[in-house]
Design a protein around this ligand. Structure first.
Ligand SMILES: Nc1nc2c(c(=O)[nH]1)N[C@H]1C(S)=C(S)[C@@H](COP(=O)(O)O)O[C@H]1N2
Ligand SMILES: [Mo]
Length: 223
């Protein structure tokens, strides 16, 4: 209790409220960016969309090949989320639209032993995530960013968004989803990155060293 003057109100409400809200959302060791960095290995792929497919295979009763127009016919979901790259940038309130991973799974007969997933992408990229991590409301096979189709550099025509893990677990240009009995390491996971990759636990690397190639830190392109 006490005198409720203007100075007190500002101290109490404004500054601490904003700081506390951001502190909650920015994982340790991360820096916020307003721009949208572009990071990947290899070339930005070019597609003939009449030949484009998403292949679903491994521990599934019957292997499936899905065309882009079939994906577009599924219910669309919007997700607004924060993203966190292992190279220390985070971006708040990114807005995506696409098919919820869980909704795609519904139409598929995944075998119960298929507990791990390898996400296969162009150009020669793959990353592994446990199936359990892909069942949430905010796990999206995204086709749009900020209300318009993804740009080629950010993953058009299809990218997976896994907001609660470091962004290397969100493959651009995804082309295949493989269900596996046992976990297997993807590209960065084989190259020293952490298998789980929870940014709030700061699970960047699997060892002491920082095995990120120099160009991953210095090569910076933005939208
Ligand atoms: N196909 C593919 N997806 C990828 C990568 C890649 O090299 N190839 N890099 C990952 C990494 S390390 C990051 S930080 C994000 C960057 O996504 P952005 O360029 O849209 O910011 O894509 C991820 N997805
Ligand atoms: Mo990254």
């Amino acid at each position: 209790m006490g005198v409720d003057n203007k100075a007190d109100r500002i101290k109490r409400m404004k500054v601490p409220a904003v700081d506390a809200a951001l502190a909650d959302r920015v994982p340790p060791g991360q820096v916020l960016t307003e721009r949208f960095p572009i990071l990947h290995e290899g070339e930005v792929p070019e597609y003939d969309m009449s030949a484009w497919t998403l292949r679903i295979f491994g521990e599934i009763e019957e292997e499936k090949t899905i065309r882009y127009d079939e994906l577009l016919a599924l219910p669309m979901t919007e997700v607004v989320c924060d993203i966190h790259c292992v190279t220390r940038w985070s971006k708040l309130d990114t807005a995506w639209e696409g098919v919820r991973f869980r909704d795609l799974l519904q139409a598929l007969n995944i075998r119960p032993q298929g507990k791990y997933v390898m996400l296969h992408a162009d150009s020669d990229y793959e990353t592994n995530v446990p199936l359990e991590d892909l069942l949430g409301d905010d796990i999206l096979l995204a086709m749009k960013y900020d209300g318009v189709p993804l740009t080629p550099k950010h993953g058009w025509p299809l990218r997976l968004i896994v907001p609660h893990l470091y962004f290397w677990k969100s493959p651009k240009w995804i082309r295949g989803i493989e269900f596996m009995k046992e976990d297997r390491e993807g590209f960065w996971e084989r190259n020293g990155f952490h298998n789980t990759a929870d940014p709030f636990e700061e699970q960047r690397f699997s060892g002491e060293a920082l095995p990120i190639p120099e160009d991953e830190w210095v090569r910076k392109e933005f939208d």
